[in-house]
Design a protein around this ligand. Structure first.
Ligand SMILES: Nc1nc2c(ncn2[C@@H]2O[C@H](COP(=O)(O)OP(=O)(O)OP(=O)(O)O)[C@@H](O)[C@H]2O)c(=O)[nH]1
Length: 345
């Protein structure tokens, strides 16, 4: 049973609370910056540390959770909404469900969507009811060293991800010239003085630099927490749509997602032609599992900006095409039509 946020744990409940509050790391970063890659790195390298993960996806299909190394029993998915606003209550309940487990959990890692504003999420941990049960360790922000520029995305969320970070990881340095990374680092340093700045390829960072760092400083956000508390009408978790600093960031940024699923395979040539000639520039990010024929492997498709990869993998079950597209002002009916045209006839 999920304990209601207003209830106190009683001696009769079998809720096993960690002594100093469960350490929590928030992984954020713009679309395609390397968050899931970092989460996989943590899960693979965490050794004896028992890590629970909470994955928030912006699309209707859980792609990221299917890309994680096997952690089913320690994972909670929060799909089809953004934990910094529309499904913030679900975040609190998901954390309760993790705290309620009989098995000891040492650390909770949360992967936000690429369009999330981390501040309302951080404040959710810095305020009751989660404040006494958890300890926010740090906000880790991934930045795509090749694609990121302050103007490029014109996104309130992307800038807030940098401004509120305790640790900023300049990732994908293999795709950027060293001077470009130096310029980015100088800009990032100006945005968030005092943040720990790291560079990486494939989000490969020594874990002691990002876990159990105790870098989050709640006292810096007292004013924001007060404003949020004042606009919270009941004892449940705060909603960021009530909070004047962060109202409607999805609307402001204009991001939408679209899902495509089919039991029929794609024609590889048609699909590649569509990518090369017809894919709208408004699509910033796409990911999914593609099927190109009855005997071929599952292909993991990742598109970030103009780059895409197709990596062969095994089908875990019956082949099926699943794709999520994320961008601004997407013409969903047209994209659905184009994708249906790529199916084998
Ligand atoms: N070349 C290169 N590719 C990378 C690096 N890090 C991650 N990638 C690739 O970039 C793509 C996106 O990585 P993800 O980890 O899924 O990014 P994400 O931030 O979780 O994406 P969203 O959740 O959709 O916002 C994948 O194809 C990764 O393999 C890197 O350092 N270099």
């Amino acid at each position: 049973m999920i304990q209601s946020p207003t209830q106190q744990a009683s001696p009769q409940t079998d809720l096993k609370l960690p002594k100093r509050g469960l350490p929590v790391t928030i992984i954020t970063g713009f679309l395609g910056s390397g968050k899931t890659t970092l989460l996989n790195h943590i899960l693979q390298d965490c050794q004896d540390l028992k890590v629970a993960v909470l994955v928030n996806e912006f699309g209707d299909i859980d792609i990221d959770s299917q890309l994680l190394v096997s952690v089913e029993e320690d994972m909670v998915q929060l799909s089809n909404g953004c934990i910094c606003c529309t499904i913030n209550d679900d975040l609190v309940e998901a954390v309760y469900s993790i705290l309620e487990r009989n098995e000891k959990v040492d650390h909770l890692v949360i992967e936000t969507t690429g369009v999330a504003d981390p501040l309302p999420i951080a404040l959710t941990f810095a305020m009751p009811p989660l404040r006494n049960l958890t300890q926010l360790d740090s906000i880790v922000t991934l930045v795509d060293a090749e694609a990121f520029s302050p103007q490029h995305f014109e996104s309130e969320a992307a800038l807030n991800q940098v401004s509120y970070a305790d640790i900023i990881v300049l990732n994908k340095t293999d795709l950027a010239a060293p001077q470009q990374v130096d310029t980015l680092e100088a800009w990032v340093r100006e945005q968030k003085w005092g943040a720990r700045i790291l560079r990486s390829q494939n989000s490969n960072i020594p874990l002691p630099l990002i876990l159990d760092t105790n870098l989050f400083q709640p006292e810096r956000y007292t004013a924001e927490a007060k404003a949020m508390a004042e606009t919270t009408h009941d004892h449940h978790a705060p909603h960021c749509h009530d909070h004047h600093h962060h109202s409607n960031h999805l609307v402001n940024d204009g991001f939408v997602s679209m899902a495509f699923e089919s039991d029929q395979p794609f024609d590889l040539d048609k699909f590649q032609d569509w990518l090369a000639d017809d894919l709208s520039e408004n699509v910033f990010r796409a990911k999914g599992f593609l099927w190109f024929g009855t005997i071929t492997p599952r292909y993991i498709f990742q598109l970030s900006g103009k780059r895409y990869t197709l990596d062969a993998d095994k089908w875990p079950g019956i082949p099926k095409t699943q794709l999520v597209l994320i961008g601004r002002e997407l013409d969903a009916p047209k994209l659905q039509h184009q994708l249906r045209d790529c199916l084998t006839s």
